[in-house]
Design a protein around this ligand. Structure first.
Ligand code: PGA
Length: 252
């Protein structure tokens, strides 16, 4: 059985004090949740304060990106060592906004995943197609290339550490979601691709999150699908109340 994982990606939102306020509320709201991994991904500037605030709780910390070098002359970048140092367990890599606005490629995603493994971080790797690719039936081709180029060459132990997030770009922040059936079809395809590059047992254990306009109304139907193991939530993760309702989807 794959343990569900619900992660909030705050993107470029919240000051340190807003982040701490959020976490204080969330801790109380989800204190009794035991069966789900709860993850939040604040901005870099809020990581340390949030890390202190969640100590001893059932909430875990993710960063939104990472660079592949350990240290050195790379102005503006943050290394895996630094993320580990502030208490991150997870790191989101290859989000479509990084790909779209900041030149992220499958090749750079691969390097970032590799660097994260050296420090024992758990990468959450995003894949997904653009609207035009969806409309012209290229979804599977695009995802297949992303998976192969981002993930080829990793060992069994490394593959056991990954989480994938399928985020159709046309569903991110738009209010449009893939139907649970559409998402399931892609998730099943992703698992099949994983099987092609790693052991069957490992591919069966990899958690695949859905992302793109997830909210407390659509989460249950998405999570009911056999290959949807969690969600990567943007907009609806910014309020403790709405995020906690998503986390507690099975109790609603
Ligand atoms: P959204 O963002 O939930 O606001 O659509 C999801 C994401 O980009 O991870």
């Amino acid at each position: 059985m794959r343990r569900p994982i619900i992660a909030g990606n705050w993107k470029m939102n919240k000051t340190v004090s807003e982040a701490v306020d959020f976490v204080r509320q969330l801790k109380a709201l989800v204190a009794n949740v035991r069966e789900i991994d709860i993850v939040i991904a604040p901005t870099f500037t809020a990581l340390q304060a949030v890390s202190r605030e969640i100590e001893g709780s059932n909430i875990e910390l993710a960063a939104q990106d990472v660079f592949w070098e350990a240290s050195g002359a790379f102005t503006g970048e943050i290394s895996p060592i630094m993320l580990k140092d502030v208490g991150c367990r997870y790191v989101i890599i290859g989000h479509s906004e990084r790909r779209q606005y900041f030149g992220e490629t499958n090749e750079s995603v691969h390097k970032k995943i590799k660097a994260s493994f050296t420090l024992g971080l758990h990468p959450i790797i995003c894949v997904g197609e653009a609207l035009e690719e969806w409309e012209t039936g290229k979804t599977f081709d695009v995802i297949k290339i992303q998976i192969i180029q981002c993930l080829e060459g990793f060992s069994r132990e490394e593959m056991e550490r990954i989480t994938l997030a399928y985020e159709p770009i046309w569903a991110i922040g738009t209010g449009k979601t893939a139907t649970p059936q559409q998402a399931e079809e892609v998730h099943a395809f992703i698992r099949e691709q994983l099987e092609g590059i790693t052991h069957r047992q490992v591919s069966q254990g990899v958690r695949i999150q859905y992302g793109g306009s997830v909210n407390s109304d659509n989460i249950s139907d998405l999570m009911a699908q056999p290959n949807i193991d969690g969600a990567l939530v943007g907009g609806a993760s910014l309020k403790a109340d709405s995020f906690s309702r998503i986390v507690k989807y099975s109790k609603m």
